[in-house]
Design a protein around this ligand. Structure first.
Ligand code: SF4
Ligand code: SF4
Ligand code: SF4
Length: 277
């Protein structure tokens, strides 16, 4: 004999961001080796929380026939629902993200710390072949979830198709890598003797004067460090601030972690995981 129950199903184009795993009250969904989410159908009760959180909109709740013995499993799982999620130290890494973003408004040299946010996810995916950075350690993702989800600033609309398309995802990655390479090239030019301009490039177009910071050296950064060191700080902070603002805009209009659908870091780490598999 068989009965039916609701379960979550994952379509293609999962970006392995881990948002679903975070909200599942029964730990019935997880990200498999940084590739895509998988559902433990024995534990899943079809509550739909994962579908509500998924920025890529690839989760659907469907009716599925099950062996007759499974309702017991379902009842057991339903009881676990009352258990609260245990907080870990890494659940507070959004504080590091806030500190980083704030520090750039005091002295641009703090921007160098942003390299941690670049290399940590890459190293995790290269060494362990997972996207656990996205699921656990990404302060930016946590910040979007906190402000958009917990503080209720997000409209929680489903992102439009173009925002979830592979074209945008990989196109944005290519654009990001190109502008990053340009930023390194500009740093090299200053290293080679070009004048240091203390401006911040926002949205890859707008040059904002950035020599008014409270902790900036009175006689310019060139009096404190090699000019290329400051130039790299300006470049990296411009990238970080621009991407954060874009992430906040899509967080407000759509789901809290919409940025994760086209985040270059998330795309790169998933590609690395695919290559490793
Ligand atoms: S439908 Fe509910 S129980 Fe099933 S995987 Fe999603 S959040 Fe977990
Ligand atoms: S895109 Fe993210 S939230 Fe959606 S199923 Fe994949 S891992 Fe889960
Ligand atoms: S996709 Fe990007 S912003 Fe989202 S959790 Fe991963 S690294 Fe962080």
């Amino acid at each position: 004999m068989s009965s039916s129950k609701k379960v979550a199903a994952i379509a293609n184009d999962c970006v392995a961001c881990g948002c679903c795993a975070k909200v599942c009250p029964l730990s019935a969904i997880s990200v498999y080796k940084g590739l895509h989410a998988v559902v433990d159908k024995n534990r899943c009760i079809g509550c739909g929380k994962c579908a509500g959180a998924c920025p890529a909109a690839v989760i659907s709740i469907s009716q599925e026939s099950t062996p007759h013995s499974q309702p017991k499993t379902q009842n057991r799982a339903a009881k676990q629902k009352k258990r609260p999620h245990k907080k870990h130290w890494y659940d507070y890494l959004w504080i590091a993200e806030v500190l980083y973003l704030t520090s750039g408004f005091f002295n641009i040299l703090f921007a160098w710390m942003g390299l941690i946010f670049f290399f940590t996810p890459l190293m995790i995916s290269i060494i362990w072949g997972t996207k656990s950075y996205c699921g656990k350690y990404c302060g930016r993702g946590q910040l979007f979830e906190l402000v958009g989800g917990n503080f209720g600033l997000s409209q929680r609309r489903k992102p439009p198709q173009f925002l979830r398309s592979k074209w945008l995802r990989y196109g944005f990655l290519a654009f990001f890598l190109t502008t990053f390479a340009l930023m390194l090239h500009n740093t090299y030019l200053v290293f080679a003797g070009a004048a240091l301009k203390e401006t911040l490039l926002l949205f890859w177009v707008f040059k904002l004067p950035w020599d008014w910071l409270p902790l900036a050296p009175a006689h310019g950064y060139a009096s404190l460090v090699s000019p290329w060191v400051a130039k790299f700080g300006f470049g990296l902070y411009g990238v970080m601030l621009t991407s954060t603002i874009i992430g906040f805009i899509t967080m407000i209009i759509f789901k809290p972690r919409t940025w994760c659908v086209y985040c270059p870091m998330g795309s790169m780490t998933q590609i690395i995981c695919k290559i490793k598999q």
